[in-house]
Design a protein around this ligand. Structure first.
Ligand code: ZN
Length: 249
């Protein structure tokens, strides 16, 4: 089997503007995520950031990406619409997309969901207990019934998304809220996974369980080869039935 080609995309602005955040993520959030994937067999990992030409997502990069990981927060509006169009088209053609944390408000996630994707939040560094709600799913491979993130930003319901095709995690916080923190969706031939942990001021992308989830999600979201499948952009008239059909008067 050939390697899964992963592109870790990060807006990369917080780390440039805030020394405290740069201290948590000296290689950038993308660097920490890529580092977490680097030890995984069968993955080829590259990174791309907002301020590169075409946000680092040239036609060539997108065409050679099996799974795209997306982290954005303060600069969603700076993402060019034509790049969003290109990423959406790639997902519908089979590219996997993993949207992390504040990427819930990214143009690409809202485009693919068709809803506001809003939620409630609170940043006091409370604990998060992430419960597995799909124990047979490949994304939870290697995890126990739950894991805990010691300090996190609370994301709470109502999360304005369509009902997920598969609900993988629900998070609980000491403040009382809960959140659908791991949600899987199918769009065209592509798979989309939203995973909420990962605020920029907490070292969440170094945590083993979080890295495990992201690696599992990459393997789940990788395109499945199909043979002779029709072009999903077209709606052909299937004039000739597969079997002879007799129409009675
Ligand atoms: Zn955050």
């Amino acid at each position: 089997m050939s390697n899964i080609r992963v592109t870790v995309w990060n807006e990369g602005r917080h780390e440039k503007r805030d020394a405290a955040i740069a201290a948590v993520y000296p290689q950038g959030i993308h660097g920490a995520i890529a580092e977490g994937l680097a030890g995984q067999p069968g993955l080829e990992v590259r990174t791309a950031t907002l301020d590169e030409p075409e946000h680092g997502l040239t036609d060539q990069v997108v065409a050679n990406t099996d799974v795209l990981i997306w982290w954005g927060h303060m600069a969603h509006r700076d993402v060019r619409d034509d790049i969003v169009d290109k990423v959406q088209a790639a997902v519908l053609e089979g590219m996997g997309l993993i949207v992390l944390h504040s990427g819930h408000f990214s143009k690409i996630f809202r485009r693919l969901m068709g809803t506001n994707c809003s939620l409630i939040w609170r940043e006091i560094g409370e604990k998060e207990r992430v419960w597995v709600t799909a124990p047979g799913h490949p994304i939870v491979r290697g995890l126990g019934p739950y894991f805990e993130i010691p300090h996190t930003e609370m994301y709470g319901e109502f999360f304005d998304i369509p009902q997920p095709d598969e609900l993988i995690f629900i998070s609980w916080y000491p403040g009382g809220e809960v959140f659908r923190s791991g949600c899987a969706f199918y769009r065209g031939r592509g798979k989309v996974f939203y995973f909420s942990p990962g605020h920029e001021t907490f070292p969440i992308y170094y945590q083993a369980e979080v890295r495990q989830v992201i690696a599992n999600a990459v393997r789940w979201a990788a395109p499945v080869p199909v043979v002779g499948f029709r072009d999903l952009k077209l709606a052909p008239n299937a004039k000739t039935p597969l079997e002879p059909v007799t129409i009675s008067a």
